[in-house]
Design a protein around this ligand. Sequence first.
Ligand SMILES: [Zn+2]
Ligand SMILES: [Zn+2]
Length: 136
Amino acid sequence: MDTRVCKRCRLLFNYIGGEQYCPSCREALEDDFQKVKNYVRENPGCTIIQVVRECDVTEKQIREWIRQERLELTGEAGIYCQKCGSIISSGTYCEKCKAEMTNMLNEAARSMMPTQNNSSDNSKKPSSSKMRFLDY
Ligand SMILES: [Zn+2]
Ligand SMILES: [Zn+2]
C-alpha cells in the first residue's frame, strides 16, 4: 500500500497513481476544472485574473492545467514560452521551440544509437586525437 500526503489538503491517503491528491481533493479539483472550462468557453478571451476571481480557483492551479494542456486560454492569457518568452496559449513551449527541441532530441537519439553493424571495424578507426597529435 502506497500512502502519501495530499498536495492540496495535506491528509494521508492511499495513492493510486497520477497527481498526488486524495480522492476528495481530486473530485473538488475536477469540479473546479469543469467550472473553469465552462467559464472560459462562455468568456472567450478572458484573462487568468478573471478566471481566478470568477471561479474561485488559484492562479497556480490554472497554470498547472494549462501546462498539462487540459486548458487553453486565448488572448492575453499571460503564459509564455519557457524558452524564448513568446506568448503561447497552452503547454510550456511555443510551437517553434517545441519543434526545435524535438529535432534536438532526435539528433541526440541518433548520435547515441549504437553502431552495431560496424562494431568490428572500431579497431581500424584512427583515433582523431592521435592524428591531430602527429600533425603538429
Ligand atoms: Zn486532499
Ligand atoms: Zn519559444
